[in-house]
Design a protein around this ligand. Structure first.
Ligand SMILES: [Zn+2]
Ligand SMILES: [Zn+2]
Ligand SMILES: [Zn+2]
Length: 364
């Protein structure tokens, strides 16, 4: 048995407001698959498997389930449950993706159009096949969740290093982040003769089953990465327009100017300021002080909460998360409307609206 997804890869970069230049566009690199089939893939922080799992976690939380963070010390298995088949050993995400003591239930192959294994990389605009081969019985609910995850990534998200999306992994790597490659993937077709027969209610019940580890009740620092807090605007992107204007910075509340605070010039990334002979201090590097912007913009070591992608043909997309105790959807919408004055209410989709579309008959 195998489940083949035909997808097309469109490389792009997250436009953090300071990144996108025509030079950067030429340098776009392929997506690396890593050793998707080898045991070592759990050690490779980026790549398809990591991205897939990350979005699967987001969806599970959005349906009311609990998901561990596989990069945190609190990851599964539960320290007190030794037997992997006992309730509470691992969370519903680890049930499919595996954890120490419980192997991943599927093998993932990355194939080209002729069903040959892609060894290293997927190139720009290449059609590729994600083939899922069950190694042990996979519940119908798990296939549906996986299918939804891929549809969500393709229609509303992006694939790339999950390290980039996750706060805990990003210690002082802001500069490295600028060079991380992302991709928009286009969903061409799903597995033949298969479709999800589960309702949203079925999946909610499945992720909420008693047997899954659910002691992650303490709010951890990324529990806001739930699909209930997700939003997306398709066909629009935020970008730096010139040295003094950046709609991205405008939305997250950073200073729009990337000029040097000491000499008022624009310095290229590695250039020192000729005046101070030190690493330049840019206006846009200052952390915002109001709590909403401080959260949205993130500190140096945190993930951004707003992701924006420009794509020459597809137009791009902008998506992100809110955190209900800090800011709601109205606030991010208000900020987006400042960047895009003609933004219509109907263009702003919440995770809940997307979930309704996924099960509302109108497949994305
Ligand atoms: Zn493309
Ligand atoms: Zn887990
Ligand atoms: Zn300077």
């Amino acid at each position: 048995m195998k489940f083949d997804y035909f997808l097309k890869y469109h490389p792009t970069r997250q436009d953090g407001g300071d990144v996108m230049t025509s030079h950067n566009w030429k340098a776009l690199t392929p997506i690396w698959t890593g050793d998707a089939d080898r045991k070592s893939d759990r050690l490779i922080p980026t790549g398809l498997m990591g991205s897939l799992r990350w979005w699967f976690e987001v969806l599970v939380r959005g349906l009311g389930g609990k998901a561990c963070d596989p990069t945190s010390p609190a990851r599964c298995p539960h320290p007190d449950v030794k037997e992997p088949t006992k309730p509470g050993h691992h969370c519903v995400v680890c049930e499919l993706f595996g954890c120490t003591g419980w192997a991943r239930k599927f093998r993932m192959m990355v194939l080209d159009e002729h069903y040959n294994v892609i060894q290293n990389q997927i190139n720009a605009d290449q059609i590729f096949i994600l083939r899922f081969i069950p190694l042990r019985p996979i519940y119908p609910e798990e296939w549906c969740l996986l299918d939804c995850t891929l549809r969500i990534i393709a229609e509303y998200g992006a694939i790339g290093g999950r390290t980039v999306l996750k706060p805990s992994d990003e210690l002082n790597r802001q500069n490295a982040l600028h060079h991380k490659d992302y991709g928009l993937i286009q969903y061409i077709s799903g597995p033949e003769n298969w479709h999800c027969e589960k309702t949203r209610e079925d999946l909610k019940n499945y992720v909420g089953r008693q047997r899954w580890r659910n002691d992650q009740n303490r709010e951890h620092d990324f529990s806001w990465t739930s699909f209930q807090n997700f939003w997306c605007v398709k066909g629009r992107y935020l970008a730096r327009k010139n040295a003094d204007e950046s709609t991205f910075n405008q939305v997250v509340g950073r200073a729009p100017s990337k000029r040097c605070k000491d000499c008022n010039q624009v310095h290229s990334p590695r250039q020192k300021c000729p005046k101070t002979e030190r690493h330049p201090r840019r206006y846009s590097d200052d952390n915002p002080t109001d709590p909403i912007s401080a959260w949205l913009a993130g500190r140096q070591q945190e993930s951004k909460k707003v992701f924006s992608f420009k794509h020459p043909q597809e137009g791009g997309r902008t998506f992100g998360f809110i955190k209900p105790d800090i800011m709601g959807f109205e606030e991010i919408k208000r900020r987006l409307q400042q960047a895009w004055p003609d933004l219509k209410d109907s263009e702003f989709l919440t995770g809940e609206e997307i979930l309704q579309r996924l099960w509302g008959g109108t497949r994305p």
